[in-house]
Design a protein around this ligand. Structure first.
Ligand SMILES: [Zn+2]
Length: 73
């Protein structure tokens, strides 16, 4: 018996589709790097159809090796 999982309607963590107000429906999105921040990167999700910016996501990068030690006050 093969228990095949149904495809979820939405994916919370890694969004592959987002609702696009301009298109009026959920569309596949393209992720692009928007900004490089000191603590991570800011990614932007754009509608693959009309190119409208739908969401942004900030990723936390691993702490640089030089910043692991806690500064003492
Ligand atoms: Zn769109």
């Amino acid at each position: 018996m093969c228990a095949r999982q149904a495809k979820p309607h939405f994916e919370a963590l890694t969004a592959s589709e987002l609702y696009c107000p301009r298109c009026g429906t959920a569309q596949p999105v393209r992720e692009r790097l928007l900004l490089v921040l000191p603590r991570g990167e800011l990614h932007e999700y754009r509608c693959a159809v009309c190119g409208d910016s739908l969401a942004t996501r900030e990723t936390q990068s691993a702490a640089p090796p030089g910043l692991i030690g806690r500064p003492r006050h």
